[in-house]
Ligand binder design. Structure first.
Ligand SMILES: O=c1nc[nH]c2c1ncn2[C@H]1C[C@H](O)[C@@H](COP(=O)(O)OP(=O)(O)OP(=O)(O)O)O1
Ligand SMILES: [Mg+2]
Length: 242
């Protein structure tokens, strides 16, 4: 009988003893690297910059895999499913980010579907022409999975703001049309540091970092418990177009 492999269950696992600091070559801690999985180089860069400030208790390696765009109306569920895929692909602990942009006047759309609006070059500020309410919020759902088969934890960060006509040349995606609350500049007019100080992404990552800082030994045990061989995601394709 296999007991459910949850975070709570792992807390009751017998603990392997190891030196507090990595000293010997056979120290298991050395093997545990968390992978941040994304196909978006700009997102990757922000995460590196933000975590440089917050720090995680284990080393983080960035991996460029373009995971399936799983779609669902609840962004937390998307992030969790994405983290499951990422952990399978890596055979170990993984972190992912799924980002939504929600326009309040139109019921929070496009939300998690923002990527398709970006790709089809829809002008977001024009969507709101007939509405007085230009308010919006950006949401980053960061999901952490200790390894394949584990239940991911999801941390959400929100940044409120307004949709404006595009201004500014830095940043990426919809940065030029999003002016965060309390700022006279859009994300694309700000420096990277200024964006990271208030962004949806940095808020979610701060919550993740705070959580993972708890018990480092337990975190290492949890990750080792779930470790498997990496899975080629190509092997998990459910259908092919004929
Ligand atoms: O801070 C941001 N500022 C402006 N635009 C942003 C931001 N963060 C994501 N974006 C864009 C990228 C994509 O068009 C959509 C989110 O989709 P999302 O699936 O989360 O990102 P993605 O597919 O580019 O990378 P990934 O491989 O991590 O899923 O909004
Ligand atoms: Mg994506």
């Amino acid at each position: 009988l296999v007991s459910p492999r949850t975070h709570a269950a792992a807390a009751t696992l017998p603990r392997r003893r190891r030196p507090a600091r990595a000293t010997s070559e056979d120290d298991h801690d050395e093997c545990v690297i968390i992978k941040f999985v994304t196909g978006n180089a700009m997102k990757l860069r922000e995460v590196e910059e933000i975590l440089g400030m917050n720090g995680l208790p284990l080393p983080l390696e960035m991996i460029d895999i373009d995971l399936d765009e799983l779609q669902e109306s609840q962004p937390e569920k998307i992030a969790a499913a994405k983290a499951r895929l990422a952990a399978e692909a890596c055979g170990g602990p993984a972190i992912v980010d799924d980002t939504s942009l929600c326009l309040n006047a139109i019921g929070g759309m496009p939300g998690p579907y923002i990527k398709w609006f970006q790709q089809s070059k829809v002008e977001l500020h024009r969507l709101l022409t007939d509405y007085d309410d230009k308010s919006a919020f950006a949401q980053s759902c960061i999901a952490f999975s200790p390894g394949p088969g584990a239940v991911p934890l999801v941390f959400s960060g929100v940044c409120n703001g307004t949709i404006v006509s595009p201004r500014g040349g830095s940043g990426f995606g919809w940065d030029a049309v999003f002016q965060p609350e309390g700022s006279a500049e859009t994300f694309a007019e700000m420096s990277g540091e200024a964006k990271n100080a208030i962004s949806h992404r940095s808020r979610a990552l701060a919550l993740l970092a705070q959580h993972l800082k708890g018990d480092r030994d337990l975190l290492v045990d949890l990750c080792l418990e779930y470790a498997t061989d990496p899975v080629f995601l190509e092997d998990r394709v459910h259908y092919r177009e004929t």
